[in-house]
Structures are given as structure tokens and as C-alpha cells.
Ligand binder design. Structure first.
Ligand code: FES
Length: 116
């Protein structure tokens, strides 16, 4: 499956996040100091969405991904949970890159058997 463009790269500022739905898959993208990472929008604790409000996935300092339900903290660059009830588990990573100034993702490696 080819990469699919989500939005212009400048639409997701440094240390902010944005959510999307693509082919029925809910995902979000974070920008950690200019590098983009995409994850499936599903907390490994209860399998529910993580955002606090629309497009808000980061903690107060914009340094980590934080689940709104029980506050689990995840590293932005690899999705590993480092604190909270699912510590040691990880968000499902999605291939993400910038092509022609567009943040783009490839869902091919996602395990769709666990959809949604
Ligand atoms: S559902 Fe995310 S920490 Fe509990």
C-alpha cells in the first residue's frame, strides 16, 4: 500500500498532535521537534481513544503522549508506555514520513485483525 497524504507538514506544529481517520482506522500524528510519528488511536490499557480533546494527545508540556482516561504516558518517538497502568506496553506504530511537504502514512504494516 502506498503512503497516503494526511495534511501539510506545517499543519502540525512542533510538539503538537493531530488526529485522523483513514480507511476506517483512527490514528494520530505527533511532531517531536520537527520529526513526525504516527500511532493508532487506541490506548493499550483499555483499547480506547487517547485524546483529551480533538487533536490533543500530549501532556501539559508537549513532551509526551498522555492518555486522557488514566494518564498513561508514552514516548513520542516510539510509543512506549513509561508510566501508568499499561507501563511496558506500546502504542501501535504506523509508518510516517513527509512527502512533498505532506505528512503521509502507510497503513500496510498495521495489524488489522484487531480492528477497530
Ligand atoms: S485507557 Fe489509557 S491509561 Fe487507561
Amino acid at each position: 500500500m502506498p503512503f497516503t497524504a494526511l495534511c501539510p507538514a506545517d499543519a502540525i506544529g512542533e510538539n503538537t498532535s493531530k488526529q485522523f481517520e483513514l480507511s476506517g482506522i483512527k490514528l494520530f500524528v505527533v511532531n517531536e521537534r520537527g520529526v513526525f510519528y504516527a500511532y493508532r488511536n487506541r490506548c493499550p490499557h483499555l483499547g480506547i481513544e487517547l485524546q483529551w480533546q480533538e487533536d490533543k494527545f500530549l501532556d501539559f508540556d508537549g513532551e509526551m503522549i498522555q492518555c486522557a482516561t488514566h494518564g498513561a504516558l508514552f514516548l513520542m518517538h516510539n510509543g512506549e508506555c513509561v508510566a501508568g497502568p499499561c507501563r511496558g506496553k506500546s502504542l501501535e506504530s504506523i509508518s510516517c514520513t513527509v512527502i512533498d511537504q505532506q505528512v503521509s502514512v502507510d497503513l500496510e504494516e498495521l495489524d488489522l485483525s484487531q480492528h477497530p
